[in-house]
Design a protein around this ligand. Structure first.
Ligand SMILES: Cc1ncc(COP(=O)(O)O)c(C=O)c1O
Length: 345
């Protein structure tokens, strides 16, 4: 249900914590997480590792910090990571990949997040040469934000994992929305995560927790991640207060992601006939819709929607992103359809 009468489709990060989360936060048993003795954080980390089938996990304040830690540990100064040209790590993380990890991003074009595997292979340099940085890792994003929540399937992931093994590279997943990917593929999330050395996923997106993300991998990797988190200023103290909501997110919020996907598809289908904009319902694989306006600017379009208490996000001057989540229900979809139809008049 919309909050204070506003149907907010800007992102799945705008969700308010559920009542159960608020209760869990209120009652959370806490300690000092920098001393690793906050029982609620420890429980969350164990649960997260278990869910994605990894040895260990660490609670971090944001997805950006989780990805940054992975880039520091798996790539590092002057080494190269192959990633997709529109990915979040490269485009939306404040330049941390160079600012903090000092890594060299080798950005590649893709088919909705899937970089052609032969192109990846051609660009791997593992033997030291005079001029070229050595490749250390491949990073994928699933679901892919800029590609409108596109899902990378298991077949591609298996092949990318085989490639990374062949060249002894790390394979990292920016899985901010990995549970959306698993829901769309109708598989247990482990079927995706087992192919990656490390993965980051967010509790604060579709899973509706107020704060926090998890980075998962081997015990050794997570031990080192604790050190990097500390020097980045991410050592939190009585973090059990927020970890408690993360536990509810992992235990109670995964199963409902299918509803978000169904609603996103429905919305796209209900506006697909409009001449002023382009939207392809078949490309709506998860909880995001990208629509491109033919003549109107995104800003004007969004102002018209906002006048009807419907919010969405400009992606560029002509493209708008609409995201469904826990606080969007069937009524809100109807409201958005009506507002969009009126806006393009
Ligand atoms: C694909 C992806 N990765 C990483 C992040 C970063 O998460 P945070 O906003 O918690 O730093 C986001 C946030 O939108 C994202 O969409």
């Amino acid at each position: 249900m919309s909050y204070k009468g506003i149907a907010d489709f800007r992102s799945d990060t705008v969700t308010r914590p559920s009542e159960e989360m608020r209760q869990a936060m209120y009652n959370a048993e806490v300690g000092d997480d920098v001393f690793a003795d906050d029982p609620t954080v420890n429980k969350l980390e164990e649960l997260a590792a278990e869910k994605v089938g990894k040895e260990a996990a660490i609670f971090v304040p944001s997805g950006t910090m989780g990805n940054t830690i992975a880039m520091v540990l798996e790539v590092g100064e002057g080494k190269e990571v192959i990633l997709e040209e529109n990915c979040h790590i490269l485009n939306f993380e404040a330049g941390n990949i160079s600012r903090i990890a000092h890594a060299v991003p080798r950005a590649m074009p893709s088919d909705r997040g899937k970089i052609p595997l032969d192109l990846i292979e051609k660009n791997i340099h593992t033997t030291l040469r005079d001029h070229m940085p050595t490749t250390r890792a491949i990073a994928l994003e699933n679901t892919h934000n800029t590609w409108g929540g596109a899902v990378i399937g298991l077949d591609y992931i298996e092949k990318a994992a085989a490639l990374s093994r062949k060249y002894n590279l790390y394979l990292h997943l920016d899985g901010a929305r990995i549970f959306n990917a698993a829901a769309a593929l109708q598989v247990d999330v482990k079927e995706i995560s087992k192919h990656f050395d490390s993965l980051m996923f967010c509790l604060s997106k579709g899973l509706s927790a107020p704060v926090g993300s998890m980075l998962a991998g081997t015990k050794e990797f997570i031990k080192e991640a604790r050190f990097v988190r500390k020097y980045l200023g991410g050592g939190m103290r009585q973090a059990g207060v927020i970890a408690a909501a993360g536990i509810v997110a992992l235990e109670k919020m995964i199963h409902r992601l299918q509803d978000d996907h169904r609603r996103a598809k429905l919305l796209a289908e209900k506006i697909a006939d409009l001449k002023e904009l382009r939207v392809n319902p078949q490309e709506v694989e998860t909880n995001m819709i990208m629509l491109t306006l033919n003549t109107m600017t995104a800003d004007l379009f969004l102002k018209k929607l906002a006048a009807q208490n419907v919010l969405a996000l400009p992606f560029n001057t002509k493209t708008v992103r609409i995201v469904t989540h826990k606080d969007i229900d069937d009524n809100d979809i109807e409201r958005a359809v009506k507002a969009i139809r009126e806006a393009v008049g």
